[in-house]
Design a protein around this ligand. Structure first.
Ligand code: TMP
Length: 214
């Protein structure tokens, strides 16, 4: 029987260096000989990427918070059924740039939506599936926004202001504290080299543990 792959997710607010660090994590896992699929949310399939565009696009009409939540879970359902679940079942590991912790943080924390609504959708759409490991890259919101530079066209989320991102960060940290076995926080404020050393330090034993499982 093929051993189910592991599901690893990376989270963080603006300016934490998510893309660079995901590339680092990907290379690290591939060097261990792990068959890996790199993906992202919202998105990860052609249809889910179309939903992503709807979510990120700025328009005159205000997007209702519940509409936003449902679109996120619509994209997630498609992504899960078409990409994530088949990969895991086939023994590949999946590394996803964001997953449902982002919904708790952005829609729950940032938008103030009722958490039980998110929990309900999570259970209905994902069933038992939860990430095996989540790394939260954490940074002071002001510093993150400075680092992100906020140049050029900002998308619908990037266009939000400091108080929104403060709420998102707070919700992320709360969520991470609630699942200490699955989630690890990495301080993303030092230099890239130091951040990547911290990532390696938490990743190494966890990967060894995963590989040793029957
Ligand atoms: P990205 O910029 O990291 O690719 O993510 C796109 C935006 O989508 C980001 O601003 C956060 C937002 N988002 C949510 O609001 N809820 C979610 O569940 C996910 C996965 C992303």
């Amino acid at each position: 029987m093929i051993k189910r792959g592991k599901f690893i997710t990376i989270e963080g607010t603006e300016g934490v260096g998510k893309s660079t660090n995901i590339e680092f994590i990907k290379e690290y896992l591939v060097r261990q000989g792990i068959p890996l699929l790199l993906t992202r949310e919202p998105g990860g399939t052609p249809l889910a990427e179309e939903i992503r565009e709807m979510l990120l696009k700025r328009r005159d009409e205000k997007m209702d918070e519940s509409t936003e939540l449902l679109l996120i879970f619509a994209a997630r359902s498609q992504h899960l059924q078409q990409v994530i679940l088949p990969a895991l079942k086939g023994g590949r590991w999946v590394l996803s740039d964001r997953f449902t912790d982002a919904t708790y943080a952005y829609q729950g924390g940032g938008r103030g939506l009722n958490i039980s609504l998110i929990t309900d959708l999570e259970e209905r759409i994902q069933g038992e599936l939860r990430p095996d490991l989540t790394l939260l890259l954490d940074i002071d919101v002001k510093l993150g926004l400075e680092r992100a530079g906020r140049r050029g066209e900002l998308d619908r989320f990037e266009n939000e202001q400091l108080p929104f991102f403060e709420k998102v960060r707070k919700a992320y940290l709360k969520r991470i504290q609630e699942s200490p076995d699955r989630c690890m926080v990495i301080d993303a404020s030092p230099s890239l080299r130091v951040v990547q050393e911290s990532i390696k330090k938490v990743l190494e034993p966890k990967i060894e543990e995963f590989l040793a499982e029957n």
